[in-house]
Design a protein around this ligand. Structure first.
Ligand code: AMP
Ligand code: ZN
Length: 114
């Protein structure tokens, strides 16, 4: 997707503070952090939202969750805890239509989420 901001981050056309990268996944700090630790994990493949995930993408999701696990241990937030958020479409407030998981830590989170 040529006009997708996260594809441009993946292709290093737009600069981001990348904290993790492998063949299938890239993770970078959110530009407008909502917690002391706020990192976005995206598949390198452009998938617009959770609604567009296909069976053949299952291994990508596996890789994202393994990437999250590696990263939370690396940044020492595995034990204290973190929140994983995925927004889909209007009601959830999705702004960027390239699938992503927010991983946030470093403060207390409310439940139910706002
Ligand atoms: P969502 O509302 O789930 O679509 O979240 C999109 C997130 O992307 C927001 O938290 C934005 O702050 C973040 N974001 C948008 N542009 C950039 C960028 N260039 N670099 C890093 N994060 C971004
Ligand atoms: Zn994209």
């Amino acid at each position: 997707m040529s006009d997708c901001i996260f594809c441009k981050i993946r292709d290093k056309i737009i600069k981001a503070d990348i904290v993790y990268e492998d063949e299938f996944v890239i993770a970078f700090k959110d530009i407008n952090p909502q917690a002391p630790f706020h990192v976005l994990f995206i598949p390198k493949k452009h998938i617009s939202s959770f609604n567009e995930i296909e069976v053949r993408d299952a291994f990508i999701l596996e890789n994202i969750f393994l990437a999250i696990k590696k990263t939370v241990f690396k940044f020492n937030i595995a034990e204290s805890g973190y929140r994983i958020v995925g927004n889909c479409n209007k009601s959830a407030g999705q702004e960027v239509f390239h699938l992503h998981f927010h991983v946030m830590a470093g403060r207390k989170f409310l439940w139910p989420a706002g």
